[in-house]
Design a protein around this ligand. Structure first.
Ligand SMILES: [Zn+2]
Length: 372
């Protein structure tokens, strides 16, 4: 299969698993279907603490199980992360208006990846007094990368369309298997979903944070205490938000489920996870995945990173000279089952992700230099 079609298929295979995740025993009660997102999939709303709601977009274009958290205060509202598609943010805003007539005063962007702030403009347009909070590092990264996205997403769409045309033309999938009518419908639906995402991204006027901080910031507001901390997660300068009185922790992609996203040096990401594990919390909402009522998954993610860092160090000290060789010996196999629970598709994703983590860990361990 081509890369593009492989990805489309992955999405399809995963959708069942992700629906199952909504029933994760750790997820809080009171989930109900809010509306259908711009991608044609569900958004769910879960009350996680008094006045605090987790909105999960089951699929928001190229990401799944994406969270946006709404905190209703005495006289206004704070929204943590604003989706991949403005249309999804619009649906969540409509739900906020059903919950309260208070205005949204604050939006928080956990980090610069497009699935966490593409809906900023929806809130800024509706609420002219809005402040958008992020770390200074996040704001800078947004400015450095966002202008390339329309071209990048457009090129990916072109690749996906070409792969689909080839499938339809030959009647075969890229791996040679016959293209069934059902498979064809699914592939066409995925490509058209991506096309509408690209249209939204292309027409988007980027709305950047208006209120930034360096390491930490505490906001006493609306009867609540909000502690913002900038830490390395899946992105540098990721904002985590801790509400000590409510014992709620919103992690952005410092924690992500079911297979963690990792792109900063693993030993620094681990430090963030261990610091968060020391906080007094009842509920943890990751960037992707269900709300957790315990720290099991957070600790498991830390264990994975530690295992890779240790394995890489040992392999390098033995004199291993290629990345491929390190990836063969550092597989974190002993932890795999706890992430995948036997799900074949998740197993494939786990193996691929570990390879990526190994690559980054090698770079970190060698002082910034990759192995050939
Ligand atoms: Zn994300």
């Amino acid at each position: 299969m081509t890369h593009a079609m492989n990805r489309v298929l992955c999405l399809l295979l995963l959708s069942a698993a992700f629906h199952a995740l909504l029933l994760h025993p750790n997820a809080a009660a009171q989930t109900d279907i809010a509306r259908v997102s711009g991608a044609g999939h569900d958004i769910t709303k879960t009350l996680i603490a008094d006045g605090i709601y987790q909105f999960t977009t089951v699929r928001d274009s190229y990401v799944r199980q994406l969270n946006s958290v709404v905190v209703v205060n005495e006289s206004d509202v704070l929204v943590f992360d604003t989706n991949t598609r403005p249309s999804s943010a619009r649906l969540i805003l409509a739900e906020i208006r059903k919950l309260t007539d208070k205005p949204v005063r604050y939006v928080v962007n956990s980090h610069w990846h497009p699935d966490h702030w593409s809906g900023n403009g929806v809130y800024a347009e509706a609420f002219p007094g809005l402040e958008i909070i992020a770390s200074e590092q996040t704001r800078r990264l947004m400015q450095n990368v966002a202008n390339e996205w329309p071209a990048r997403f457009g090129a990916e769409l072109k690749r996906q369309k070409a792969a689909l045309d080839k499938e339809v033309g030959t009647g075969k999938q890229a791996d040679g298997a016959p293209l069934t009518p059902e498979q064809r419908r699914q592939d066409e639906a995925d490509v058209s979903d991506y096309e509408s995402f690209v249209a939204e991204q292309t027409g988007l006027r980027r709305t950047y944070p208006t209120f930034t901080y360096a390491d930490s910031l505490t906001l006493y507001h609306g009867g609540r205490e909000f502690r913002f901390m900038s830490v390395p997660g899946d992105a540098e300068g990721t904002t985590v938000l801790y509400l000590p009185k409510e014992r709620v922790l919103l992690t952005g992609d410092v924690v992500s489920y079911p297979i963690p996203y990792i792109s900063t040096p693993p030993s620094r990401h681990v430090q963030s996870l261990r610091m968060l594990a020391g906080l007094d919390v009842d509920v943890i909402v990751p960037g992707h995945g269900p709300a957790f009522r315990d720290k099991d998954f957070l600790n498991l993610e830390a264990e994975l990173l530690e295992a890779v860092v240790k394995g890489v160090r040992e392999a390098l000290q033995k004199g291993t000279i290629t990345l491929d060789e390190v990836q063969k010996v550092v597989t974190a196999d002993e932890l795999r089952e706890r992430f995948t629970h036997g799900d074949k598709d998740l197993e494939a994703r786990f193996r691929e992700r570990v390879k990526v983590i190994v690559k980054i860990a090698v770079r970190e361990t060698r002082g910034g230099q990759d192995l050939p």
